[in-house]
Design a protein around this ligand. Structure first.
Ligand SMILES: O=C(O)C(=O)C[C@]1(C(=O)O)C=C[C@@H](O)C=C1
Length: 328
């Protein structure tokens, strides 16, 4: 991805909105996309603000978490992308996730009664906390480093007593960044936890197919139709398109109305993916294309007999012949 773009005939660095403050896992994802030397980093208080910064033209791109091995889909991201002016995903980045329990210097593990943590971090450390700090109270934080910054500022002013928490779950590098003391390291329950982040931008050029791509969609089903979900899934299955994620989110206008957030293997320029999208367009009242982009793990899909590009093209040629009276 290029990191500069024309602006009134000038080259200016791209601006990236992301969940801050400094040192979040989101920032680690952003560093894989563009270094702070060549891009402008715009930390935001939450995921929705990062995405809105792109819609409002304050940022060129947003980097946001979309899925984690422990919690599944990041609902704030899925919901922000599902409505509002159209945006697309341009790239995905994987970040291994581990946590340190940290506090201001002078705090001991035995002092800890209340821990500030992002809700996803809390869930990822739940079993460790139950075993080592039973009864400890969760104080929700807006990001993994927001409480680290508060602890650091309060310690600099002489006391952390009024903060409402004694310690925080933070990304390991943030311990040093914010001058904290580690109380316990590697406290995540799943040592191989990974969070998937995406780069969000305005619709325009779609990243070129690599052979190992992903396509993200939002789909609504027809109301009150038996088998509507099955019919939607068949659009993928009959074309040999595997799904790597599907989850339902409330549309929000009435009980029982859900939209489906889907990651499909392949690129919109693949014949089988294009055919599946046309099937969705015919069967479903609403389909939002959220982009085709290279998979971070570079895993190529298994192409089943009868679903390769060449076989779709040959089938279309055969039909043209039939329609023109040339078929034998
Ligand atoms: O980027 C961060 O550090 C965050 O606080 C966000 C977030 C998330 O939204 O899932 C990112 C990675 C971890 O899975 C926990 C929290």
């Amino acid at each position: 991805m290029s990191t500069s773009q024309p602006d009134d005939d000038r080259q200016r660095p791209l601006r990236y909105a992301y969940l801050g403050p400094a040192g979040t896992f989101t920032e680690a994802a952003l560093r894989q996309v563009a270094s702070p030397d060549e891009a402008v980093y715009l930390p935001q208080v939450d995921v929705a603000s990062a995405i809105d910064a792109v819609r409002e033209g304050v940022a060129d791109h947003a980097v946001v978490a979309i899925e984690s091995t422990v919690e599944g889909g990041v609902t704030a991201t899925l919901d922000s992308l599902a409505v509002g002016s159209p945006l697309v995903l341009l790239r995905e980045v994987l970040v291994p996730v581990q946590f340190t329990l940290a506090a201001a210097p002078g705090t001991a593990l035995s002092d800890v009664r209340r821990i500030s943590a992002h809700p996803h971090a809390w869930v990822q450390c739940r079993r460790w906390l139950a075993r080592h700090l039973p009864g400890v109270v969760h104080v929700p934080a807006t990001s993994n480093t927001a409480p680290a910054a508060l602890l650091s500022d309060a310690a600099a002013q002489g006391s952390t007593a009024d903060l409402g928490f004694d310690a925080a779950l933070v990304p390991p590098p943030a311990v040093e960044t914010y001058g904290l003391t580690p109380l316990a390291q590697e406290v995540a329950d799943n040592a191989s936890a990974v969070t998937r982040f995406v780069v969000v931008g305005h619709p325009g050029q779609i990243p070129a197919p690599t052979g190992a791509d992903k396509t993200t969609l939002v789909v609504h089903l027809p109301d009150n139709e038996a088998g509507a979900l099955l019919s939607m899934l068949e659009q993928f299955a009959t074309r040999g398109v595997n799904l790597s994620r599907i989850e339902s989110r409330p549309i929000g206008d009435a009980l029982g109305r859900y939209s489906f957030s889907i990651d499909a293997e392949g690129h919109v320029s693949d014949e089988r993916v294009g055919e599946a999208l046309m099937g969705l367009h015919r069967r479903c009242p609403y389909v939002r294309f959220l982009g085709s982009y290279p998979r971070a793990d570079a895993v190529r899909p298994t192409v089943h007999v009868g679903t390769s590009d060449a076989e779709f093209v040959a089938a279309r040629g055969w039909l043209d012949d039939v329609r023109a009276g040339r078929a034998s």
